[in-house]
Design a protein around this ligand. Structure first.
Ligand SMILES: NC(=O)c1ccc[n+]([C@@H]2O[C@H](COP(=O)([O-])OP(=O)(O)OC[C@H]3O[C@@H](n4cnc5c(N)ncnc54)[C@H](OP(=O)(O)O)[C@@H]3O)[C@@H](O)[C@H]2O)c1
Length: 204
């Protein structure tokens, strides 16, 4: 599969490494344009390309990986969504570079807000608990799989992201819809920032 990224910073690059390892192609995009990404895609290697953000957003699956304060302007700058799956990996903090001042998102979960700003996209909240060093590290630790959480209102989209992330090597925990699951996994929720491992096979 070809996956686009909107944003090509630390988080998107960590994601790209995992996706490339799992055999996918990744089209990275940022604000400054593809020329600014040449060195990064060269380092990522075969399967990674630099693209305009409109081109990255046209992929069937797209990772949103921009700072929270930039989410509204970023989504407003993209063409209309046409049922692409939008993986929302953002965390609602103001500022950048380790500034963890929480943003006020009112009554919605942050991914509900993202979904409202991206009509036509099938939004799945995922990976926001994975700090880059864990994303870049082996998904298997002493035989146990790193845990990621997903939430979405669209069950088909959620299943596809689950399959993608299981293909990366993760154990995926489905937390439900964007409202309830989103509030549990987003910053401030009980599973925010958790670095969990699952040992052995799950007995369903
Ligand atoms: N870092 C982590 O460990 C981590 C883990 C989980 C989730 N996250 C979340 O992932 C998101 C990105 O974090 P990061 O650490 O990757 O940030 P970062 O390294 O600062 O990268 C931000 C990226 O967003 C791009 N961007 C900003 N405004 C844009 C716009 N209007 N259109 C297109 N691209 C735009 C920037 O492009 P330019 O360089 O061209 O400006 C840059 O490529 C945040 O919401 C963060 O909370 C981060």
């Amino acid at each position: 599969m070809e996956i686009g990224t909107i944003g090509a910073g630390a988080f998107a690059q960590g994601f790209a490494k995992r996706a490339l390892k799992a055999g996918h192609k990744v089209k990275l995009s940022n604000r400054r344009g593809p020329d600014s990404l040449r060195e990064i895609v060269n380092q990522l290697g075969s399967g990674a390309t630099a693209a305009a953000k409109e081109e990255a957003a046209a992929c069937e699956m797209v990772l949103l990986a921009v700072p929270w304060d930039n989410v509204p302007e970023t989504l407003a700058s993209l063409p209309e969504w046409n049922n692409q799956i939008l993986i929302d990996g953002t965390n609602p903090f103001h500022g950048q570079d380790g500034d963890f001042t929480p943003a006020d998102v009112g009554n919605l979960s942050t991914s509900q807000l993202v979904a409202a700003l991206a009509p036509g996209a099938r939004v799945v909240k995922a990976l926001n608990n994975m700090i880059v060093s864990n994303l870049e590290a082996d998904p298997i630790v002493n035989g146990a799989r790193r845990v990621v959480f997903i939430s979405a209102d669209d069950d088909g989209a959620k299943k596809r992201v689950q399959t993608l992330l299981e293909g990366f090597g993760y154990s995926v925990i489905d937390l439900g819809n964007l409202r309830d699951g989103g509030l549990i996994q987003q910053a401030g929720g009980p599973l925010a920032g958790r670095n969990l491992l699952e040992q052995g096979e799950r007995h369903k």
